[in-house]
Design a protein around this ligand. Structure first.
Ligand code: HEC
Length: 139
């Protein structure tokens, strides 16, 4: 008898675990970012600098792809564990709505589920290289 109850309990736990993993969960939208004025007005000194392209791609693969996905659609393998929707970098309307400085703040400073990269991507050239790469994902 005890064994049977145990078996049923195990079955229930198994079914719930399976559901939790397979049913995609609705993610909350992060909503508008509050970006300090000193970031908003920042200029990108490396805009259009193709010599940074390779570099930007490498940095993106290392630091960003796990959540944002290969094409920036927010479908990287780690995205399923996030509470917040990481957005879609391929969305042209979104790309046009954000300035270089805003992109810098979101990418390097972050908030909540979006990590801070100030100590991982230290060099200014590297920071703009990854931002240029995010720009290149626009479709
Ligand atoms: C651990 C997962 C994770 C990693 C790794 C990550 N991000 Fe994010 N990112 C997020 C999430 C979640 C959000 C949405 C946060 C919010 O809106 O509050 C986000 C938001 C953003 C946004 C704003 C998108 C929008 O639609 O408003 C940009 C830009 C961004 N990330 C760039 C980057 C860059 C560049 C890297 C790598 C240097 C990176 N992210 C690495 C999870 C991640």
């Amino acid at each position: 008898m005890k064994n049977r109850i145990f078996a049923i309990a195990v079955l229930f736990v198994g079914v719930f675990a399976l559901l939790a993993f397979t049913v995609p969960q609705e993610k909350k939208k992060g909503g508008p970012w509050e970006i300090p004025a000193e970031y908003k007005s920042m200029e990108n000194p490396y805009k259009g600098d193709a010599s940074l392209d390779k570099y930007g791609k490498q940095l993106y693969s290392k630091h960003c792809r796990s959540c944002h996905g290969n094409e920036g659609k927010g479908d990287g393998p780690k995205a399923r564990n996030l509470d917040t929707d990481p957005g879609d970098f391929s969305d042209a309307a979104w790309q046009e709505s954000v300035s270089e400085g805003e992109l810098y703040f979101m990418s390097i400073i972050g908030r909540d589920d979006m990590p801070n990269y100030e100590s991982k991507i230290v060099d200014d050239e590297e920071r703009w290289a990854v931002i240029n790469y995010v720009r290149s994902l626009k479709q």
